[in-house]
Design a protein around this ligand. Structure first.
Ligand code: GLA
Length: 684
């Protein structure tokens, strides 16, 4: 049965008639003649969806309770007349100067008590009742005004919540945090227990005594820090939900989204997902980074996982360079197309950009646009048009889904907890550790889902736990049962160390997974920066792997068989470094260090072989990504050449080349550098 969220999102898909294509449109920055040219160029480029009025609060409400919709009425009418759907913003992303002048108390405060001034954007305390009230009133006015407008197809709430202000430490936030804690723990002794407050004399006798983890003489209580991160994500989510509730009341059939930034730590997307109709992501891989597409792939799988596998929207990417890195690389010819199709290959139903027309002034004037400063007669604009034409050739992709057999476990709470201070090594960073596992899986050509540790693991054959420090006993049990039932598990060091309150599972690490892994860790011995950790193979005569790095530990076998040993220093010889353990009908592997990429790939390949997981398309050259999107009675194979070389590919059977309007049958194809192939099953 479909949920109302499904129905609303399907209505958007029907309205768009296929994949969405467009970008942030900021017509308020341009004169009438330019806006007229915009509409013509959008039609020519195949734009069918724009994110509108994201930073328009100051223009639409120039004084308290005085609304002026004149400008956007014309823009909305023009969009409707040109067949373009508006993803209309609630306009609350940047409070106007008059509001700050009237209520300076809405400004956010840092951990050391500094006030963040207006002059940029996102300068609001998420817990501020004044901000929330003014935002809700604005949304009420906007939604009432545009409820029946033919251009309205989607609501865009806020913008990239938490990217600039991830936490506010002011007195209002402190009071809100105390309320949140009282809800979570009920009585203060439960909090004392969860936060281990007998350490350093921190025992509270009332919730009233509790503060946010403001700058302190030394490490603030880690459980308090963790709860403050949970609270801060929830406070922003409340801002979103307050606006969303207004929209649901006034426009019950219009879907609601907000755009997340890929790789952003402070907002727990998985916890937000049930509040939204469709998930949306902004993605800015760095063209200077040769492995950028792998990190992007991780973020797409992660967002799709949070969406429960449903299609999502790429709401922003750069047409070429961004402006906010130290050195801002442009995208080589074909790269924007390749990376756009990559998002579609990994489940996106829309490809959009920041922004339509490159700004003349303001902080982002050197950020590329779909229409660059040099105008429409440019390489970037030509590539934009060509992509718009191509995306329109494959409307059947919209709404299709991806099925994978490998799950990598990911949880924002673990991300927050593993990167807290006073740990054995500050080199253990969450996304790096996930990438150490995700990259070899990606290179092995298997499809990957990112799942929460509480997820149903039954659809998967292989589950990967990359240094998953925070793991509740209950979720560890679920993972153990997955192995007992025949699954293949690969877990790495510093996994299963603490519970949800950041309290250690005692009895030898990783206590709740010790039985399934057949190992027990007595001590961590993190490596120094740049220290090499020599390894040797367990098999006599096998060549020694390249040295590992970052970590070693004192690993005792309680049933597992060693596959690699540490090979020094002298007192550390013959301690196992990687193991495998038969458990029930399955197998569990453990890696007690950070192997080099070649060794890690070999370990990953063994875990995949244990599970009988095959690549999406066997036999592809390295650097070619393959995914399949499945519809009810068809599927579409997408091949992406991430290399700078031409590759010939032979398919197991003929498919339809969907990027050729005639849809000819093909079996052999040539993928140019950064080339893309979109291949339909018979019947398409
Ligand atoms: C983010 C924001 C946009 C813009 C772009 C620039 O994604 O949502 O408003 O600032 O970054 O890359």
């Amino acid at each position: 049965m479909n949920s109302p969220a499904h129905d609303r999102t399907r209505a958007l898909g029907t309205r768009l008639g296929g994949l969405g294509f467009g970008g942030d449109y900021n017509p308020e920055q341009w004169d009438k003649a330019t806006r007229a040219e915009d509409l013509r160029l959008m039609n020519e480029a195949g734009v069918n969806l724009v994110n509108l009025a994201i930073f328009a609060w100051a223009r639409v409400e120039p004084a308290r309770d005085t609304y002026d919709f004149g400008f956007f009425d014309t823009v909305m009418d023009d969009l409707a007349a040109h067949g373009i759907t508006a993803d209309l913003a609630t306009m609350t992303a940047s409070p106007p100067p008059w509001l700050v002048a009237e209520h300076p108390g809405i400004l956010p405060v840092t951990a050391s008590g500094g006030i963040l001034s207006p002059g940029g954007r996102q300068h609001f305390c998420p817990s501020s009742p004044v901000f929330r009230d003014r935002a809700v009133r604005l949304v009420e006015a906007v939604a009432t005004h545009y409820r029946d407008h033919p251009a309205l197809g989607l609501w865009h709430v806020g913008n990239e919540y938490g990217i600039h202000v991830t936490e506010c430490f002011c007195d209002i936030s402190a009071a809100d945090f105390r309320r949140w804690l009282a809800d979570r723990y009920g009585d203060v002794d439960a909090l004392n227990d969860a936060w281990s407050t007998d350490f350093w004399s921190q025992r509270y006798t009332s919730f009233d005594q509790i503060l946010p983890p403001r700058a302190a003489p030394t490490y603030p209580n880690p459980s308090q820090q963790l709860d403050f991160k949970r609270f801060s994500s929830d406070a922003l989510r409340t801002c979103f939900a307050l606006e969303r509730d207004v929209l649901r009341r006034i426009t019950p059939d219009t879907p609601v989204t907000t755009n997340f930034l890929a790789g952003h730590k402070s907002v727990d997307v998985r916890a937000w997902a049930p509040e939204m109709d469709v998930l949306a992501l902004d993605s800015y891989p760095d063209p200077h980074d040769e492995a950028a597409h792998i990190e992007a792939a991780l973020s797409y799988d992660l967002l799709r996982g949070a969406a429960g596998g449903r299609p999502w929207l790429l709401t922003e990417q750069a047409p070429s360079a961004v402006n906010w890195r130290g050195r801002n690389a442009g995208k080589a010819p074909g790269r924007m197309r390749l990376w756009s199709w990559q998002a579609v290959a990994q489940g996106a139903d829309a490809v959009m950009y920041f922004q339509w027309r490159q700004s003349r002034g303001g902080a982002e004037k050197f950020h590329s646009g779909m229409v660059p400063h040099a105008g429409p007669g440019t390489r970037v604009h030509a590539e934009v048009r060509e992509l718009g034409r191509e995306l329109a050739l494959v409307p059947e992709l919209a709404g299709t889904r991806i099925r994978n057999e490998v799950a990598v476990v990911f949880d924002w709470e673990n991300w927050w907890a593993i990167e807290l201070d006073s740990h054995p090594s500050d080199g253990v960073r969450c996304i790096d550790r996930v990438l150490d596992h995700y990259a070899p899986l990606f290179e092995a050509g298997v499809g990957i889902d990112l799942v929460h540790p509480s997820a149903d693991l039954s659809p998967y054959k292989c589950v990967v736990l990359p240094s998953h420090y925070l793991l509740s006993a209950e979720n560890a049990d679920r993972i153990s049962r997955f192995v007992a039932d025949g699954g293949s598990l690969l877990a790495s060091f510093f996994t299963g160390i603490v519970d949800e309150h950041d309290r250690v599972h005692t009895g030898g690490y990783p206590a709740p997974l010790s039985e399934v892994l057949g190992v027990r860790v007595e001590e961590f011995w993190p490596a120094a920066v740049d220290e090499e950790v020599p390894l040797r193979a367990a098999e006599a005569g096998a060549p020694a792997p390249a040295p590992a790095s970052l970590w070693r530990e004192d690993l005792k076998l309680t049933g597992a068989r060693p596959e690699l040993f540490f090979a020094g220093p002298d007192w550390d010889e013959d301690r196992p470094a990687a193991t495998v353990h038969a458990h029930g009908a399955g197998a569990a592997r453990y890696v007690a260090t950070r192997p080099d990429p070649v060794t890690m790939r070999a370990i990953v390949d063994r875990a995949l072989a244990d599970a009988g997981v095959a690549p999406v398309l066997p036999g592809l050259p390295a650097g070619i990504q393959a995914t399949i999107r499945h519809g009810a009675d068809h599927d579409v194979l997408i091949l992406l050449n991430h290399t700078g070389h031409t590759h010939e590919v032979t398919l197991p059977a003929e498919r339809r080349n969907l990027l050729d309007g005639q849809r000819p049958a093909v079996r052999h194809l040539t993928l140019e550098p950064r080339g893309v192939a979109v291949l339909g099953s018979a019947g398409l």
